[in-house]
Every structure is written in structure tokens, then in C-alpha cells.
Write a protein that binds this ligand. Sequence first.
Ligand code: PHE
Length: 354
Amino acid sequence: MFTNIFLYLIIISTMKQKITEIKQTFSSDLKICETIEDIEPVRIKYLGKKGAVTEQLKQLSSLSIDEKKLFGPQLHELKEYISNEIDKKINFFEEKLLLQQLASEKIDFTLPGNSVTKGKTHILSQVTDEINKIFNDLGFVVAEGPEIETDYYNFSALNFPADHPSRDMHDTFYVDHPENLLLRTHTSGVQIHVMENFKPPVRVIMPGKVFRSDADMSHSPVFHQVEGLYVDKNVSFSHLKGTLQYFMDRFFKGSKNIRLRPSFFPFTEPSVEMDVQCVFCGGKGCGMCKQTGWIEILGAGMVDPNVLKNVKVNADEYSGFAFGVGVERLAILKYGITNIKLFYENHYYFLEQF
Ligand code: PHE
């Protein structure tokens, strides 16, 4: 009995001492936590499976009912206390983090805003629009045709004989070879579509993309043309010449000397190539005109009667002229651009100049 009481007292005092000790070490352990991450090891140290409090709770089972009644609630209170203190500290850190975040994300309404740069019409579209406008004023209307064509519209209907070397003038991209589907090599095929659908008089301007297997400083495999066609009674070569002169003067703003050289296209007869007096040196000779004083600018001619026949227009009654001009070429000459690739690279600082 005595030994029991003696033991009892020892247990009571060690238990009490243990509880105060745990409380103290816990408090100082928690105090030195500097971040939220530092807290978890402390929780494990006291409340984990082998934690100090857990160990004490395990020992309860070896005590008598009275002892359990005495220490059970005290240990549970300790456990509760530790877990509350831990939660408080976690909340404290979370709040601190949130405040830091809010402070760093604060919007300064006095900062100047980022300006949004406006896009604008691409230089090639601008030049195309300008050409269309000049011809609209002369009574021409805009028409468009397909970029994928059959051999018939791109060549045969335009009087290119089959297997004739004139087809080699255009290095053609075939989409489907024996089926004769191809990427149009020029906009002249649109002449055929228009004349199949509209009876003369026709006055049309036909802008569009064309494709040729060719690439260097001045050639791109995809480029743009504008085709013109005028078919009516009594259309003569002088109408062609006057129209082109008017176009040049308006496009290059000022009176420009032009010259027409005999040339060949299967769909025009006679055919010409038109040169304009060098817009850079005024005809003295420079790098841009290869010292000749002249710059080749477009192909043109009187519509070949065979073409009119192909679209069932009476060539005895009607005549016409046609011309085709490269849009890139006109833009290069108007703005002194030296590399055709600049048109397609979409660099803002190049495009914003126009
Ligand atoms: N289609 C010709 C070319 O691409 C240009 C042209 C059009 C010539 C109309 C005469 C008449 O080179």
C-alpha cells in the first residue's frame, strides 16, 4: 500500500512536470518558427505518431482509473492547446503572406498606360486600292477570279497553244498534273471568266494573287497583279496608250514619259511592253534602271481575235485592249523598296511607313 502511494506520488509529480515541460518546449519551438513551413516539424514533434504528447497519452493506459481521470483531461487539454496554438500561428503567417501579396499587386493608377498601336492597310493593298480607284474613275469595275485555275483558263483560252514554248514563260505550279489544275500564273484568266459572263462592252480591272516558281531579290513565288480589260466597238491601240499614260501620270503623280516596245503575249496582238522613264533618276541612268534611264513596268496589247472567239465575242464587231501590271513592282518604284521580301515579312517598322 505504502509503496503504491509512494509510486502514485512519483507518477503524479513526474506527469505534472512532464506536462509543464512539454508546454514550455513547445512554446519556445513555436516561437522560433519563421515561416509556415517551419511549423509542420513542430506539429510532428508534439502531436505526430511518436510525438511528445502522443507518447504521454499512450502511457495513460498503464495507469489506474483514478490516475486516468486525473491526467486524461489534462493531457487532452494540452493536446488541444498545442493544436490551437499551431493553427493560430499558421493563420498569422497566411495573413501576413496575403498582405504582402496585396501590397505587391497594388495598382498604381498614376502610371502611364501602354498605348495600343493601330494596324493599317498593307502597302500592297494600298497600292492595289489606288490602281483600282484610278481605273474606277475611268469607268472600269473590279472583278476577281479563282487562284486555282484549270489549264484552260490560264493558258488554252488565252491562245497558248498546247506544248508551245510560250508556256515556259510562266514556271507553273501544278496542283494536280494530269488533271491540269494549277495555281494561276497571271490574272489574265479572269479576262476569260468575265467575258464568258458579260457581253461587251466590258471595262474591268482584275486584281489578285498569282504564283510562279521563281524566287530572288526581285521575284517572289507569290505576287500580285492587276489586270485590265476593255472590249467594245472600235477600241483602238490609241485608247490603250492614252489609258496607260493617264494611269502612269496619276499613279506617279506628275507627267511621266512612257515608251512602248514591241513584245509578245499569246493573248494579245500586237503586244507591247511599257517602260516608264526612271522614277529615281529621271532618265539620267542609275542603279535602279541599270543605267538605261527606263524601267519596264507592264505588259499590254490588243486582245487577240482568237481569245474573243474562245468567249464567243464577234471579233469583226468588237475589239479590245488588255494589260497586266505587277503590284509589287509598282510599289517598289513608287517607294524605292529594294527587296521584295519586305512586303511579306510583316515587320511593323517597315509597314508603318506607308
Ligand atoms: N499576263 C501577262 C503577264 O503576266 C501580262 C499581260 C496582261 C500582257 C494583259 C498583256 C495583256 O506577264
